[in-house]
Each structure stands twice: as C-alpha cells, then as structure tokens.
Design a protein around this ligand. Structure first.
Ligand code: OGA
Ligand code: FE
Length: 278
C-alpha cells in the first residue's frame, strides 16, 4: 500500500478556519435582513455574526464514508458531458437532464425536478456577481422547503407533499479545482436542530424567504474535500420530509482555507437545486 495512503488513513489532513455562526438577537426576535430598503425606523438587518475557529477535516481518499442520509452530504464522482457550464442554454437542457437522472438513480426517486441554478465566481459580462457564502446556513427551513413545492408544482403540490420529498443541491467547481473558498459541510449527526437552528428571514419587496442560520456548538464536526475537482460534486440535502432519524438537512458555508496558496484564482462554481419525490 502506498505510504501516502496509509498516512492519510492514520491522520487525515485537517485545517482550522473561521466559520461564521449567528448570535441570535438578544430580545428573542427572529433575525432578518431586508434585501432592499427597509421601512423608516427599521434596521436593514438584525443578523449578528459569531465567528468561531473550527477544525475542518479533509475527506480526500475517504469520500465514500459520508452519505446524504447519515451525514446530510456526499462527495461523489460526477463527470459532466456539458463542456461549458457558463452556457445557460446548456445548463437548462443537457445539464438539467444529467442532474435529474443522476439524482433519480442515486436516490431511487420517482421524480426529480431541477428548478434553480446559481453560478458563483469572478464577474462575468451580463451576469450578477454572486460570491461564495461564508455564513453558516441551511438553504431551507421546515416551512420554506414545502413552500417551494407549492410555489413550483401548482395543482400537483398537495398530492406530492403527502409523500416523502427532499430538496437536494448538486454543487461543483467550474474549470479548475475549488481551492479558493472551498465549501465546508457540518455532519448532520453532530447537529441538534432544536438547539442549533434559528429561522432567518430574507425580506424581499413582495415575499419573505426563510433559511436557517446556526448557533455555534462545540460538538459540530466539519468536513471538506480539498481541491474538489470539476468532475466531482457535492450533494447537499437542503430538506428531507422523512422523520425516521436520517439526516433532514445539511448545514454548510464557504470558508477561507489557510492552506490555499496566495494567488490562487477565485473559485468558480455552479450549484443547482432539485425537488426529489418518491
Ligand atoms: C449553496 C451555497 C455557497 C458557496 O450551494 O447552497 O451555500 O459559496 N453555496 O458556493
Ligand atoms: Fe447554501
């Protein structure tokens, strides 16, 4: 057995980095942020960051040990046939079909509907700048996930909600390994939803969106895959309606890896979200 592999097994590569948790408002109110101008007299946001130094373990070489149902995330081999993921038309046709088939097969789902994609990275002509998100969060709450099904699935929604459904995000680097601002995932088994999660409101002019922010706890175990390649992907469970003890969500955030060489170009990535029905 190669020495490097033996060594990796004995002592996984670990970094220590700042993870931006939440300090909930002292008055017990729900933290919020106005996306546009707040009404007179209201603060733009009551979100207060609680930065904490956390140990983050590199799963390189043991990617297969972590699963959506046990840990809330998975790092998978997932080459894509799409040559250019910045090509919007290719993403909404070929890539979409690929992702839906991959999730259907891997999760044994009956139906998968990809509904959203976001590209993050350096500024591009004609596209809004979307930066890495360095705040610990889960994309949905117990309420906002089923609400997404109602918003997207019309008359079918209630029938679909009567059975198991999940929202899964497939995240991958574009063009080069994601050395800059990698994505870290908190093992769902180390998280206590009632203790740690705080509903966070994003107030748009016409609607209120909800995500979970997270209170720090020393039990949280963080993982990443250093230098995740464009032919790999991270699956992130944003919500699962199943309450049999499996992971129901996956708290995550991008972070500044102290081991990333100076001058590494900004990470470019694509994340797509899909409704998964059984
Ligand atoms: C996500 C997410 C942040 C990032 O994909 O849900 O939070 O920095 N991404 O890529
Ligand atoms: Fe997210």
């Amino acid at each position: 057995m190669p020495d490097g592999l033996t060594a990796a097994r004995l002592a996984p590569h670990v970094v220590t980095a700042t993870m931006n948790y939440l300090t909930p408002p002292a008055d017990g109110s729900r933290p919020y942020r106005y996306v546009e101008t707040p009404p007179p007299g209201r603060a733009v946001t009551t979100i207060e960051i609680d930065p904490r130094e956390m140990r983050i373990e590199d799963v390189t070489g043991r990617e297969g040990q972590y699963t959506l149902d046990a840990n809330g995330f998975a790092v998978i081999d997932a080459p894509t046939a799409v040559p250019d993921l910045l090509d919007e038309a290719a993403v909404s046709t070929t890539y979409r079909a690929e992702v839906e088939a991959l999730l259907r097969d891997r999760l044994g789902a009956t139906r998968v509907v990809m509904f959203d994609h976001t590209i993050r990275g350096p500024e591009r002509a004609g596209a809004p700048l979307r930066e890495p998100v360095k705040r610990v969060h889960n994309d949905y709450t117990w309420e906002s996930a089923p609400q997404r099904v109602r918003d997207l699935m019309g008359a079918e929604a209630e029938a679909l909600l009567a059975r198991r459904f999940a929202i899964v995000n497939l995240w991958r680097p574009i063009g080069a390994p994601a050395l800059d601002s990698p994505l870290a995932l908190c093992d769902a088994a180390s998280l206590d939803a009632d203790r740690d999660l705080v509903v966070n409101e994003l107030i748009y002019p016409d609607r209120v969106g909800q995500t979970f922010s997270v209170r720090w706890h020393p039990a949280h175990r963080w993982y990443y895959r250093r230098g995740l390649r464009p032919d790999q992907a991270i699956l992130i469970k944003g919500y699962d309606s199943e309450t049999d003890g499996r992971a129901r969500l996956s708290v995550h955030a991008a972070f500044t890896d102290p081991g990333t060489p100076a001058g590494t170009p900004p990470r470019q990535s694509i994340e797509v979200r899909a409704l998964v029905f059984w």
